[in-house]
Design a binder for this molecule. Structure first.
Ligand SMILES: [Zn+2]
Length: 93
């Protein structure tokens, strides 16, 4: 079977709608054809990307909360510094 026919079946193969003999043909072809293996992995990557997209979108809120943590740390350090300066001032007296 040539690559073009195999690639038509690969779509069905990925969606688990391929027939048993088609699966066998695809798998046999993938063993001997690097190009079609790459084609399949590219196909799967794209599908996974689509699946991951919603979680990637929700991850965009992380830098915001990360920034909040930085702000809290700066404020916390500022308070400690102020206390140290006040203590030093009292100690000098
Ligand atoms: Zn091929």
């Amino acid at each position: 079977m040539d690559c073009e026919s195999i690639r038509k079946i690969i779509a069905a193969y990925i969606n688990h709608t391929a027939l048993d003999n088609e699966i066998q043909q695809v798998e046999e072809h993938l063993c001997i054809c690097q190009d079609c293996r790459e084609y399949l992995s590219h196909f799967i990557d794209k599908k996974e990307e689509e699946k991951l997209l919603p979680s990637l979108k929700s991850q965009k809120s992380i830098p915001k909360s990360g920034w909040d943590i930085v702000t809290y740390v700066i404020i916390y350090l500022g308070i400690i510094l102020t206390l140290v300066i006040v203590f030093l001032f009292i100690f000098k007296k």
